[in-house]
Each structure stands twice: as C-alpha cells, then as structure tokens.
Design a protein around this ligand. Structure first.
Ligand SMILES: NC(=O)c1ccc[n+]([C@@H]2O[C@H](COP(=O)([O-])OP(=O)(O)OC[C@H]3O[C@@H](n4cnc5c(N)ncnc54)[C@H](O)[C@@H]3O)[C@@H](O)[C@H]2O)c1
Length: 257
C-alpha cells in the first residue's frame, strides 16, 4: 500500500470502475483516503473493485458503486445528484469508461462509429457537464481518458481514435473555460496497457494487416500495467497536480517518443 494520503476527505466519481485501469485507479485513490463512487455497466466487476478497494483503504477511504451506462444522459444526472445528496460535495471526476473496436475503415458501420463516440466522447462530455457546477464549488478537477491514438492516430481505429481525439479537444477546451473558476481539467493518454480491453483487441488482430502495427508496441514486447496509469491519474487529481491544467499526459512506455 502507498504511504501517500492525498485524498483523505475528498469525494471522487470514477467511470469505468469495473475493470482494468478504472479498477486499479479506484484501488489507488481509496488507498490514499478517497471516498470513491464507481460507475460502470458491469456490476460483477464493480463488486470486485469495491471489495479490493475497501480491503486496502487508507484513512477515511471507501468505495461504493452506482451502475449505469455513461452513454445515457440520465446516468450522469442520477450519479451526480446521488453523490451530492449523500456526500454533500464532489472534488474529483475521473472519466475512464471506454470501449475499443479495431476495424478497417471501410468495414466500420455507422452504428459502430456512433457507438464508440457515444461511450468514449459523449459519455465523457455528459459527466463533465453534470459535474462541473459541483466542481466549481470545491475548486475540484477532472481527469479524462484520451489515448495515444488521439495524439498520433492508429490504423484500424477510425472510430476509437476520433472519439479519443474528441476527448483530447474537450479536455483542453474545458481547461480554458474553467481556468478562472479554479477547476483543473487534464487527461491521460495511455498506450499498450495490459487490460481486458487490449487483450480483446489482440484477439481481433488476426484479420488485420499487422505490419502497420510496428510502431504501436515496444520492441521488447513489454506492456504497461493498469497501476502505471492509476498513479498518474492520482497525481493529476491530487494537489501535486495543482499547477497543471489542459495537460494530456502520455503513458506508453516510450513507444511514441
Ligand atoms: N488499455 C490501454 O492500453 C488503453 C490505451 C489508451 C486508452 N485507454 C483508455 O483507458 C480507459 C480504460 O481502459 P481499460 O484498458 O482499463 O479497458 P477495460 O475494458 O478494462 O475497462 C473499461 C471499462 O469501461 C466500462 N464501460 C464500457 N462501456 C461503458 C458504458 N457505456 N458505461 C459505463 N461503463 C462502460 C467497461 O465495462 C469496463 O469496466 C478507456 O477509456 C480506454 O479507452 C486504454
């Protein structure tokens, strides 16, 4: 367990809490004393996250969950209202819910394109919009999940990269818009982190031209761990990130240097 206790007394909403980077980040923030309300569609995973996080909770730290899809407008409204009613305030919003499908552009249906935008970009927008008034009140902050695909483009990820490019632009726009009101807005841009998402992507790679993926993985084959991203999210969301806003921090083991 970490010795840092940067989140004691702080309330956090974190989407995508059931798996991978989201689960590792809930565990990290609760270990540092946060009260975290995890949101996801996967209730089994949410229960696992809450059990793991509460087992390693730091002073005052705890986790609970509210299930729902971030793509539904009512989810963000319900979650923010619930948290304000029960906790009285909101200090941090972390948007990590996301989906990835790798597909050749000419095979990408309108339905698939819209689905990725709805979850990755619209879901992030809705949670930001609903949480911002409460974050203004606490001079809180937001951390979003962009991707190396939003910075560099990735083959066969037209929908995913476009959605994450939108998250990049949304992050920088909100950082400007809320600068004077004291709300910081940053993002992480992970690449090659070993999670259920990347494992599932690996299985679909067989039918794609793998030679185009040369620059997307490290020559030594090493993947990052969800905890590597969780630590950076925690830094950005804590007072250690107090002078950072509008940043999109790349966490890819040096693949895109
Ligand atoms: N793993 C990587 O290498 C990588 C790279 C770049 C960006 N990211 C981003 O990091 C975030 C976390 O990814 P991960 O690798 O941990 O993936 P993951 O699949 O392990 O976790 C994603 C979580 O989002 C949840 N989710 C999906 N659709 C949802 C919806 N409509 N409403 C609520 N929750 C929903 C899933 O149930 C899951 O728990 C994502 O936004 C992803 O795009 C990951």
């Amino acid at each position: 367990m970490t010795a840092l206790q940067r989140f004691t007394g702080r309330t956090v909403i974190l989407t995508g809490a059931a798996s991978g980077i989201g689960q590792a980040t809930v565990v990290r923030l609760v270990a540092e004393g946060a009260t975290v309300i995890g949101v996801d569609t996967n209730e089994t995973g949410l229960c696992e996250t809450v059990t793991r996080a509460n087992a390693g909770a730091g002073a005052g730290g705890s986790a609970r969950y509210l299930s729902g899809s971030v793509a539904e407008e009512s989810t963000a409204q319900r979650v923010v209202a619930d948290v304000l009613a029960t906790e009285g305030k909101l200090d941090v919003l972390v948007n990590l819910a996301g989906i990835l499908r790798s597909e050749a552009t000419t095979s990408t249906t309108l339905e698939l394109f819209r689905q990725l935008l709805d979850v990755n970009l619209v879901g992030t927008f809705l949670f930001c919009r609903e949480a911002l008034p409460a974050l203004v009140a606490t001079r809180g902050n937001i951390v979003n999940a962009a991707s190396t695909s939003s910075l560099f483009g990735h083959p066969y990820m037209a929908a995913y990269a476009a959605s994450k490019g939108g998250v990049f632009a949304l992050t920088r726009t909100l950082a400007w818009e809320y600068l004077k009101q004291g709300v910081r807005v940053n993002a992480v841009a992970p690449g090659g982190i070993a999670t259920p998402m990347t494992a599932a992507q690996g299985e679909s790679m067989g039918r794609l031209d793998l030679s185009l993926f040369g620059h997307l993985s490290r020559p030594d084959g090493v993947f990052g761990k969800p905890e590597h991203v969780a630590g950076v999210v925690a830094m950005l969301a804590s007072d250690d990130g107090a002078h950072m806003t509008g940043e999109v921090v790349k966490i890819d083991g040096g693949v895109h240097n």
